[in-house]
Design a protein around this ligand. Structure first.
Ligand SMILES: CC(C)(COP(=O)(O)OP(=O)(O)OC[C@H]1O[C@@H](n2cnc3c(N)ncnc32)[C@H](O)[C@@H]1OP(=O)(O)O)[C@@H](O)C(=O)NCCC(=O)NCCS
Length: 374
C-alpha cells in the first residue's frame, strides 16, 4: 500500500486546536499569554497572577489574587496515600518519575471528576511539595512544613532548603515559572488535551503531560545542557569538541525548535538573568552558543535554528541552586498552570481528538496456519 494522504511527519504546521491561552509567534519571536506579551509579564508578575490569567483569561484584582494565593497555600500538603507512595519509591528514582507517580496517587480521589479551576489550583499547589519532600528524603533530611506566608516560588525553595531563600533567588525562580507556564501546542500540552478530550480527569491529563515533557526533545534538555558544557570543558576547546559531536550525530542541547525561527523571547530574558547570576555558565555558554549556531547554520542554511529556552534555563536554575535532576520537574511545576488551563479549555469546547493514520502495511492477505509456518 503506498502513502499519499498528505501526512506530515511530526504534524509540523498542522493546526490541532484553537486556543485563547497562548500564542507562539515563531517568525517574530513573540510569546503571548491571553493577549499579554511575555516580556511585560516576566519580571513584574507573580506566578500566581499568571496562573490566574491562564485559567480565567484576565488578570486578577488584589482580592482575587489574595484568594488564589491562600487557596494554593492551603493545598500544599499531600494526601496520606501520596505520602505513602512517595516513601515507597527507591531513593535513586528520577525526580521526574517521582512527580509522575505521586501526582497520579494524589489525584486518585477525584476519579472522573470534571476539570475545574479549584482542581487545577490543588494540583499546581502539590508539585513543589512532592519535589521538595523527595529531595530531602533522599538526603536523609526531615521534610519542611510549607509556609502560608510565602508565595509559590519562595515556598518551593524554603521547602527544599529548610531556610528562607534570598529575594534574588525567589525573584529568579518566579520569573522562570512565569516564562515557562505555557507555550502553545507543545507536545505535553497536546498530550494533556488529547486525554481531556476523552472526558477523562485532570489528573490523568497531567500524568500524561509529565510523561511527554520528560523526553530530551521537549523538557528533558536542561540537565543535558549542563552535562554537555561539562564535557566541552573550556571555551578554547569548544569548537573542536562540538564539531566532533556532530560527526557522532549528537545534538546540541538547548538549540533548535519546531516553531521559533528567530531567537526565543524566553531565552533572551533568561540569557540576561544568567549573565547576572551565573557568570561561569554564561562565559562558556555564549561561546558554545556562538559555535552551535554557526555549525547549525552551516549544516542547514535553509532552516534557521536558534537558541531555545532550555539553554540559559540551565544556567538560571543552577544559579538558583537547584540540582540538575530537578530542572525538568521544575519546568513541570511551571507548566502545570498551562496544562490545566488547556484541559479546562478543551473540556469547555470538547470534541474527542481522534485523527487518522495512513496505512502503509501489506495488502490484505490470508494468515498461514501455525503448523505450516516455517
Ligand atoms: C527541539 C527539536 C526536537 C526540534 O526538532 P525538529 O523540529 O524536528 O527539528 P528541525 O526539523 O528544525 O531540524 C532540522 C535539522 O536540524 C538538525 N537539528 C535540529 N536541532 C539540532 C540540534 N540541537 N543539534 C544538532 N542538530 C540539530 C536536525 O537534526 C535536522 O537535521 P537532519 O535533517 O540533517 O537530521 C530539536 O531541535 C532538538 O532535538 N534539539 C535539541 C534538544 C533540545 O534542546 N530540546 C529542547 C526543546 S525546547
Amino acid at each position: 500500500v503506498t502513502a499519499n494522504s498528505g501526512y506530515v511527519p511530526g504534524l509540523e504546521g498542522v493546526v490541532a486546536s484553537q486556543t485563547a491561552i497562548s500564542m507562539v509567534d515563531g517568525q517574530n519571536g513573540r510569546l503571548v499569554y491571553q493577549g499579554y506579551v511575555i516580556a511585560d509579564l516576566a519580571e513584574q508578575m507573580s506566578f500566581e497572577e499568571v496562573a490566574f490569567l491562564l485559567w480565567e483569561g484576565r488578570l486578577p484584582n488584589r482580592a482575587e489574587l489574595d484568594a488564589l494565593s491562600l487557596e494554593l497555600a492551603s493545598h500544599r500538603a499531600l494526601s496520606q496515600a501520596a505520602n505513602f507512595a512517595l516513601d515507597a519509591l527507591p531513593p535513586d528514582t528520577d525526580p521526574m518519575d517521582v512527580l509522575r507517580s505521586v501526582v497520579s496517587v494524589q489525584g486518585v480521589e477525584h476519579r472522573l471528576a470534571k476539570p475545574t479551576i479549584p482542581l487545577a489550583i490543588h494540583a499546581t499547589a502539590s508539585f513543589p511539595t512532592i519535589l521538595a519532600m523527595f529531595y530531602r528524603r533522599r538526603l536523609g533530611l526531615e521534610p519542611i512544613k510549607s509556609r502560608a506566608d510565602l508565595g509559590h516560588a519562595a515556598n518551593y525553595l524554603h521547602m527544599m532548603d529548610g531556610k528562607e531563600a534570598s529575594p534574588e533567588r525567589v525573584q529568579a525562580l518566579n520569573t522562570y515559572l512565569v516564562l515557562l507556564a505555557d507555550h502553545g501546542m507543545n507536545a505535553s500540552t497536546f498530550t494533556a488535551r488529547v486525554i481531556a478530550s476523552t472526558e477523562s480527569d485532570l489528573t490523568s491529563s497531567l500524568v500524561g503531560a509529565i510523561g511527554a515533557l520528560k523526553g530530551p526533545a521537549h523538557g528533558g534538555a536542561p540537565s543535558a545542557v549542563i552535562e554537555q558544557l561539562e564535557l566541552i570543558g573550556a571555551a578554547d576547546d569548544a569548537e573542536t569538541y562540538m564539531r566532533d559531536m556532530r560527526k557522532r550525530k549528537e545534538k546540541f542541547m538547548g538549540f533548535g525548535h519546531r516553531v521559533y525561527r528567530v531567537y526565543d523571547p524566553r531565552a533572551k530574558i533568561l540569557k540576561e538573568m544568567c549573565r547576572r547570576m551565573n557568570p561561569k555558565f554564561y562565559d562558556l555558554g555564549v561561546r558554545v552558543e556562538e559555535i552551535a549556531l554557526r555549525i547549525l547554520h552551516e549544516e542547514h542554511p535553509e532552516r534557521p535554528q536558534s537558541t531555545n529556552v532550555e539553554f540559559y534555563s540551565a544556567g538560571v536554575l543552577q544559579a538558583i541552586g537547584l540540582p540538575k535532576e530537578y530542572f525538568t520537574p521544575t519546568f513541570a511545576t511551571a507548566r502545570v498552570a498551562g496544562w490545566s488551563a488547556h484541559v479546562l479549555e478543551q473540556a469547555a469546547h470538547n470534541r474527542i481528538i481522534r485523527p487518522q493514520s495512513e496505512y502503509i502495511g501489506p495488502e490484505p492477505r490470508k494468515p498461514v496456519p501455525l503448523a505450516e509456518r516455517g
